[in-house]
Design a protein around this ligand. Sequence first.
Ligand SMILES: [Zn+2]
Ligand SMILES: [Zn+2]
Length: 180
Amino acid sequence: MRPGPLVIDTHELGRRPGTERTYDLTVPAPAELGVDLIGVPEGSDIAIELRLEAVMDGVLATGTASVHLVGECVRCLTEIQDDLVVDVQELYLYADASEEELQLEGDLLDLEPVLRDAVVLALPINPVCDPECPGLCPECGARLADDPDHTHGEAIDPRWAALSQMTDPESGDTPDGPKE
Ligand SMILES: [Zn+2]
Ligand SMILES: [Zn+2]
């Protein structure tokens, strides 16, 4: 195991069952903590409150991690900023862990896989800026939440719209273009 901000040395905890220690950590987020549309920016602060307790077979880690999220609304593509607190709980065995289990390496305990699972499971698959987000106008791409009364009247074929602009420059009746 490579030493890193999410690797905790349990040497001081010892192995006597019932012994426990608490930790208050602020660590930089590892890379690619998240899913496609939303995640924790690499290097942003993760605040971890952790309790380690020595049990018969290993060390039980229990706590919470507070992360900052940045993502994109699936409906209107606006940036989303959010905070998330996840619970973590995992038993790290002293020895003989199977594939689904985690094991201490010497005295070292790696929180990263547990944190990763907890954060990814808590993330929305389809993040939205607001549950009511109306998305984008299918005709011009304007963000409807910014412009709720937005209409186009009769649908205009963009080729005809361009032509009518050319033939009637005085009308001032230009079709709506994309809006910010
Ligand atoms: Zn949105
Ligand atoms: Zn529109």
